[in-house]
Design a protein around this ligand. Sequence first.
Ligand code: HEC
Ligand code: HEC
Length: 242
Amino acid sequence: MQRLIVPWLTAVALLGTNGLAHAAGAHTTSAAEWTSASLRQALSALPAADPRRGEQVHQRMFCASCHGEAGVAPTQNWAHLAGQKASYTAKMLLDYQQGRRLETQGAQLMRDVAQMLSPQQIADVAAYYASLPPPRPEQAARAGKDTTTQVAEQLVRRGDPQRLITPCASCHGVAGQGGKLEAPALAGQNPLYFVRTMLHYHGGQRNNDVAKGMRFFAERLSRSEIEALARYYADLGVERRR
Ligand code: HEC
Ligand code: HEC
């Protein structure tokens, strides 16, 4: 436990009273919502990236203390970044920086972290995570297919036309490897983080998705479906490594 708490406290201390004030305070006004066009423009305006410089950002800006040495977070609770698509990571850092993603105290802390990054550092660190192998969950793959796996598989491959849910795989890839534009990789993602962020889309606290895309799907899913999907994608990480 000590191992996990110390980096947190160090990071909060480094951020100073500014960080604490944000952590305690309410949401502030956010930047204008993205359109697909404004997002594409912002991402293509980032400078050319170098993953080796990105590794230095990861080490020197203390990203490693929370997200793990190789981008695999030390707790099941926090997002893994290893193997993530560069366009998604860059979008998240711009969203935090500009106050679009503020759904938890952790997100508010990420805003303070992101505000210290230059466009060059954002591009570099996003390229660095994209260059790392995707996470391998600690749990062994579960044997056999139970009913919750079937529920998840159905949603991933076929969606649910009655509820207008598009198959997750059509955007996130059949192996959860990420898809077009900023659709992130989901394979091997921490299940607790996955459930939390889906519930935040569901409740609208996370509202940085372009054109309410993920909010639309998440608000039609039950908690047990979300939990089944989280396990499905966590296990996909295992299968991809075999
Ligand atoms: C004090 C701990 C801490 C530090 C330091 C930190 N992060 Fe985070 N990061 C978080 C938390 C908490 C979240 C919110 C997501 C969550 O609830 O797990 C997050 C979320 C993110 C996300 C979004 C992940 C997703 O899947 O949507 C990215 C990208 C990210 N951080 C990158 C970075 C980078 C790059 C750095 C260093 C410049 C950094 N973080 C430093 C704790 C931290
Ligand atoms: C039409 C395309 C599309 C479909 C279909 C879709 N997603 Fe997404 N998803 C996205 C995009 C784009 C994002 C990034 C949104 C943002 O910027 O916050 C995203 C983000 C997410 C995230 C957040 C990842 C992170 O690291 O924080 C999760 C979890 C997720 N999707 C799960 C699902 C699941 C489960 C389904 C199927 C029920 C699904 N998505 C269907 C496009 C899609």
